[in-house]
Design a protein around this ligand. Structure first.
Ligand SMILES: Cc1ncc(COP(=O)(O)O)c(C=O)c1O
Length: 358
């Protein structure tokens, strides 16, 4: 089989049938002309239901994760569609003890009002996971590595312990370069394509991928019924970014390795975490906020996964919605998204910010 690095360059692309353009057109349209009532090409009757630019991205993401993909206007819209497709009032979801704050908020503050219950559990503790599974558990939601503590969860072990519940993996931090959850037995894989897949901090999007035709049809139904679809230009941007994913992920990991080496040598820095792949690093320091405010190359901003480096303090920024819950984050935690700049420049930037804060 062709290598992932080759497949990612070509995924989803077919020469345009009319003009043979190598990159398909951006179909910026809301509807399609019908020669006679009810006659239309493929499933293109109205652009909420389907759009060729979106279909190209869906083909690409499906090919790379090993299933069929359904794209959404954000990662959270993808999560909402998946959870509402799988669960009903009275269902129960098992979620990770450390997770993206927005995922927790969606379940704890929004879907709970529609009768969805949840339990938070550290999914590295397999006996605790087994104990959390109840007769009403429809879904085990996995993040690996987790956001922001970068805990790595063994997907096959979680699948083995989940009984009749379906398993969804948020693969945003790892990307299919490093981990393909469907090949490891998960039922669904989810991404915020805003992050590494798009890769350039210029678009917000999301996707769910599944191997099951039945679940694919149900997800398409929810996508069309709720309507949180991405626009054609956003799909084009994610697809364009995707083509360099493999080389970008290698560069992100090089930057992270250099930054981790520095952090491990600094007094007062503790709990330096990096899963050994990808560009996400976290550490603790009593002066977290001051360090994060002093970097020059690392921009102080939410989000991650773009070519440029970002720094943030999750407790005050991305994870405010878990404050006061069992998933709350320590205020001295710093999260880095190491970009693809020269690693030595990133190291110098962090060292200067650290020196200035001491
Ligand atoms: C791991 C993870 N999953 C999902 C999301 C939500 O994605 P979006 O911001 O595209 O809605 C985020 C956003 O930061 C995230 O970090």
């Amino acid at each position: 089989m062709t290598s992932f690095q080759t497949r990612v360059v070509h995924a989803g692309l077919q020469a345009d049938p009319t003009y043979r353009s190598v990159i398909p057109a951006i179909h910026q349209t809301s509807t399609y002309a019908q020669p006679r009532p009810g006659e239309f090409v493929a499933d293109y009757d109205y652009a909420r239901s389907a759009n060729p630019t979106r279909a190209a991205l869906e083909r690409a993401l499906g090919e790379l994760e090993g299933g069929r993909a359904v794209c959404f206007s954000s990662g959270l819209a993808a999560e909402h569609a998946l959870i509402t497709a799988v669960c009903e009032a009275g269902s129960h979801v098992v979620m990770p003890g450390d997770l993206y704050g927005g995922t927790f908020r969606l379940v704890d503050k929004v879907l709970s009002r529609w009768g969805l219950a949840h339990t938070l559990v550290d999914q590295r503790e397999l006996d605790a996971l087994t104990a959390a599974i109840a007769p009403a558990t429809r879904l085990v939601w996995v993040e690996t590595p987790t956001n922001p503590l970068l805990n790595v969860v063994e997907i096959p072990s979680v699948v083995a312990r989940s009984g009749d519940a379906l398993v969804a993996v948020d693969n945003t931090f790892a990307t299919p370069v490093n981990q393909r959850p469907l090949e490891l037995g998960a039922d669904f894989v989810v991404h915020s394509t805003t992050k590494y897949l798009g890769g350039h901090s210029d678009v917000v999007g999301g996707v769910v991928v599944t191997r099951s035709e039945e679940w694919y049809d149900r997800l398409r139904f929810v996508q069309n019924s709720i309507g949180a679809v991405p626009g054609p230009f956003d799909c084009f941007l994610v697809h364009r970014g995707l083509r360099t994913l493999a080389v970008r992920m290698a560069a992100h990991a090089r930057s992270a390795a250099a930054v981790v080496e520095l952090l491990r040598s600094l007094d007062g820095v503790s709990d330096v975490r990096w899963p050994g792949f990808s560009g996400m690093v976290s550490f603790r320091h009593p002066d977290a906020a001051r360090i994060a405010s002093r970097t020059r190359l690392f921009t102080l901003a939410e989000s991650l996964g773009g070519v440029e480096s970002l720094i943030e303090v999750p407790q005050a920024m991305t994870h405010q919605s878990v404050e006061g819950s069992a998933a709350a984050v320590a205020p001295d935690l710093v999260r880095l998204s190491c970009g693809i700049e020269e690693p030595a420049d990133l190291v110098d930037d962090l060292r200067a910010a650290y020196d200035g804060s001491t």
